[in-house]
Write a protein that binds this ligand. Sequence first.
Ligand SMILES: CC[C@@H](C(=O)O)C(=O)SCCNC(=O)CCNC(=O)[C@H](O)C(C)(C)COP(=O)(O)OP(=O)(O)OC[C@H]1O[C@@H](n2cnc3c(N)ncnc32)[C@H](O)[C@@H]1OP(=O)(O)O
Length: 253
Amino acid sequence: MSHIIEIKNGIAIFTIDRPERMNAVNDAVMDGLAEFLDQVEDNLDVAYTVITGAGNRAFCAGGDLSEFHSMRTADEALPMLSKMSGLLYRLATLPMPTIALVNGIAVGGGCEIATACDYRVISDQANAGFIQATLAITTGWGGATLLFEKHGKHDRVFRFLSEAEVHTAEKLLEVEWATEIYDGTAEQGLERFLSKMSRIHPSVHRAYKTIAIRKWTADFMRDRMLEESRQCARLWEQEAHHEVVERFLSKRS
Ligand SMILES: CC[C@@H](C(=O)O)C(=O)SCCNC(=O)CCNC(=O)[C@H](O)C(C)(C)COP(=O)(O)OP(=O)(O)OC[C@H]1O[C@@H](n2cnc3c(N)ncnc32)[C@H](O)[C@@H]1OP(=O)(O)O
């Protein structure tokens, strides 16, 4: 199984369930996310949406390099990249608050998924980084657009993307990418976070979310995310990218 969907007590949870692959996203996970979004988008009983990863090692290690490496050209990579950026736009613009419960390492596209959410509640053991540049590509799922849109300070966002480092939870809080750090289990972290949010009626959260979405619509965020996918696709077909991925895959057990 690639994912788990659970909708209970007003909380909809999508869990990427590939712990043996550090919860890397493959086509089945994307289809699962589409199914999840279909279920929650118009569901007025859902007060909060949560995205997380199975196990305690990884939130998500980005795209599944072994599955996606067969895509050699820009034309081959673009459908996958634009499919996921479309899904992340839908995730970002869900009408209720969305929470990335970052239970372990998040790299590459894993950070893009987390950035698409309104909040990032992260384990004190987690690390995260936009490492795409080390693979000689840029973010392909719209994550840079989301970062520039949500995380203001221009030079800080640039460094985050261009230096492509993996940061500790403390550092992620300091640069204001993480909303809150938890210790203990992910369930405890989520419960603590939601206990504050749930003092407010869900309709108020939805109303504030509408204001954010209105801005993103006016700013053509969907189009900019798609353009980001196209830009990544152009880099994808270069030999520099294929060489790094081949090096990673040749190390596998
Ligand atoms: C493609 C979309 C693009 C975007 O648009 O953003 C991206 O997402 S680019 C980024 C792609 N992701 C990566 O480059 C990360 C690759 N993974 C790692 O660097 C490391 O696995 C880790 C995340 C730092 C964790 O390291 P470690 O704790 O040492 O675990 P292992 O490396 O041993 O991983 C266990 C197991 O999982 C496999 N794995 C991990 N990540 C991926 C992945 N992204 N795709 C496919 N498989 C992955 C890894 O190969 C190991 O497998 P086995 O050796 O068979 O056990």
